[in-house]
Design a binder for this molecule. Structure first.
Ligand SMILES: C[S@@+](CC[C@H](N)C(=O)[O-])C[C@H]1O[C@@H](n2cnc3c(N)ncnc32)[C@H](O)[C@@H]1O
Length: 277
């Protein structure tokens, strides 16, 4: 059964463009998630690299990549996100550092030749929407890398999401029943069959990514938590953020602990760095 529905995904993100631009800046939780992802980018992308950003959204990370990369192409499925990204990068004076903005689905990167890029960056959740086309998307993102290149894959992560959003999980149990809750906990799939309304996504586990790596003959070379203290609860994070000294200590701890491979699944998002042989 086909459950990947690109039109549904586009409709969702067309209505969330401004919110998405603010998401990693407007709250202490968002700021920690931003810093965790940025650290992974700065660790694995070398200055001057050729980079393809997929599912770029309005551009919270495009601005960092534009400063780092020697050649950057920015893509997204949703035309509204891409148009916002281009306008925002122009406003920030970064447009000249971006080679092109292109509409593209991660399941089909045929606009780009084999081996063109040093790094593909897919963070923030695009990969969580492709369901039965995960193999196609993974294969496409690897294809456009040259041997030795890296795929930086950030995705919404099942254990961390359930931990932070257990209340939502219990509300959904009351709405959709035990079978739906059992299904999502066992498969990570919040799909139209079990959850007729609402957000449809496949929340991944580390094992899901390892299985993809095995199937495609590539190696997981590093892994990070995409926001560990970010799950501590908004009230306490706001309290910490009000004091610059304690906030800085927590940011330092976030960035240190988030590098521990044993904690990669502990946040809403995990960041897996995959090396193409
Ligand atoms: C949550 S936003 C993340 C944006 C950005 N990467 C970030 O982390 O701030 C997810 C983005 O992925 C895009 N997206 C979802 N499915 C996609 C697909 N199959 N191919 C390309 N982009 C996709 C959406 O249009 C949206 O802009």
């Amino acid at each position: 059964m086909t459950i990947y529905d690109p039109e549904r995904v586009k409709a969702r993100y067309a209505g969330l463009v401004e919110e998405e631009w603010q998401r990693l800046e407007a709250t202490p939780r968002g700021k920690l998630m931003y810093l965790a992802h940025r650290q992974a980018l700065l660790t694995h992308i070398q200055p001057g690299d050729a980079v393809l950003e997929v599912g770029a959204g309005p551009g919270r990370f495009t601005k960092d990549l534009a400063e780092l990369a020697g050649y950057l192409v920015v893509t997204d499925l949703t035309p509204e996100s891409l148009a916002y990204n281009q306008a925002k990068m122009t406003e920030l004076g970064l447009a000249a550092r971006i080679a092109a903005w292109r509409e593209a689905d991660i399941c089909d990167l045929s606009a780009f030749p084999d081996g063109r890029f040093d790094a593909v960056v897919c963070i923030g959740g695009a990969f969580n929407y492709v369901f039965e086309r995960e193999d196609d998307a993974f294969c496409e993102m690897l294809r456009v890398l040259h041997p030795g290149g890296v795929l930086i894959l950030g995705s919404m992560c099942l254990p961390g999401i359930v931990h932070r959003l257990l209340k939502v999980c219990l509300d959904e149990f009351e709405q959709y029943g035990l079978a739906a809750t059992q299904w999502i906990l066992e498969t990570g799939k919040q799909d139209g069959v079990h959850y007729p309304s609402g957000h449809h996504a496949h929340f991944l586990t580390r094992n899901d990514v390892l299985a993809l790596c095995r199937a495609h003959g590539v190696e997981l070379i590093a892994e990070y938590c995409g926001g560990l203290l970010a799950t501590a609860g908004d009230e306490q994070l706001e309290r910490a953020y009000a004091n610059l000294q304690i906030w800085q200590l927590l940011v330092d701890a976030e960035l240190r602990w988030g590098q521990s491979p044993g904690l990669s699944e502990a946040g809403d998002h995990m960041i897996m760095v995959i090396g193409r042989r």
